[in-house]
Design a protein. Sequence first.
Length: 512
Amino acid sequence: MAEAARRARGGGGAARRAARSAVSFETAKYIERNIPNFEVLTEEALETIETNAETILEEIGVNFPDNPKALERWRDAGADVQGERVRIPRGLARELIKTAPASYTQHARNPDRNVVVGGKNLVLAPVYGPPFVRDTAGGRRYATMEDFRKFVKLGYMSKWLHHSGGTVCEPTDVAVNKRHLDMLYAHMTLSDKPFMGSVTEPSRAQDSVDMCGVLFGEKFVQENTVMTSLININSPMTFDDVMMGALEVYAQNNQACIISPFIVGGAMAPVSVAGTLTQVLAEGLAGLAYSQLCKPGAPVIMGAFVTSIDMNSGAPTFGTPEAAHITYGVGQLARRLNLPYRSAGSFCGSKLPDAQAAYETANSLNMGLLSGVNFMLHACGWLEGGLVSSFEKFVMDADQLGTLHHLARGVEMDVNAQAMDAIREVGPGGHYLGCAHTQANFKEAFWKSDLLDYKPFETWEDEGARDTQALASLRVEKLLGDYQQPAMDPATKEALEAFVATRKAAEPDSFM
């Protein structure tokens, strides 16, 4: 590995020559909010939820099944461990969390794409995890590795997306025990934005760390954060050994983890907003504290994936006011912990990128911005309750992320923004189209979609009366057609290919 890392740092001249000849695609910097967070909970409500969460940890406890090492860590820290149940004394989890950083930088292989997670910042990352994909040409189908590569390319080409993500779809044509290698290789070579590591088995998390050692250099990886990965809690209050095993690997290697309860209200948490907030906080406290037991100072994010439920069908529902209340509330709780916050996304339950999808997604994206989210997974591409990654919806959502950037800027109040010279020039009864202020500012005055249709009816009809899904299909085709792979040092690429080949050869394929 050290030899591979040394090779990877050689050949810089070839990489620089390739970079000079490559086409540069603009990527917006991560969002820095200049607007206030929306808060729904009073001080009294926050204190009640915090008190009740500590009571859950102390009296009811949480489960760490099939993980003797975790139980030992908790016992040594002063928790009451009986079997697989861990009861955490009041205040202990909060004390442990104090070593976690309030923010951190995730490094990309292109330093211009580095992101800072925490504070007033918002980092946008694409959909994560669906086994199916959908487009207008092929309909709904199981995802393949080629689909995965296309999504990574679209993410790289999307101006308003800051992060390449992780499992943008689940490529079912590659063995379960080996697909993480191909997915990581795709993120590392087809994009130069930051990315996520594998969490489906501890050894795959270690592969992720080792591949980053090839890409960045082993010493750099140990001293810097180059991955932010998703660790889900099996709500209610269960921390399974697979996810905790991945967390342990990442924490011990200084890599960031999102510790996220997975809540479907009424199924995995109470139907009430206050009850769900209490459980989310209790689960979050336990998971975040455990990361610090693994390695004090390991970067972590307080996460919350929350939906409500259709009590008739049992299906999750999205863009609902109850989910918004919880998302806003967890934001307040996370800020009181002085930790970054992950939640929200382009959530919808629709089967197609239609009006339902648009309404639910708009509600979900806006609540994420206003709730103070710092890392938004699923920011584009989500369809059918997270079962489907949609190519058309990916570009529709990615386009609309531009509105979040512009909303977050707030209202400028400098001399130019006050526009008193324009008002004096035009006076009563005039118009502003030709005035000096408009001429000086029109190019940057308004956000404009790269996708939606603003043409007159006659022009729209002459061009085929295309709806948004049709326009999105054309945009997918154009972006993939314009795609050019970002430059990479040939020695680095060769070392990554060798690592993947060696690991794949080490064990037979398994599709279980």
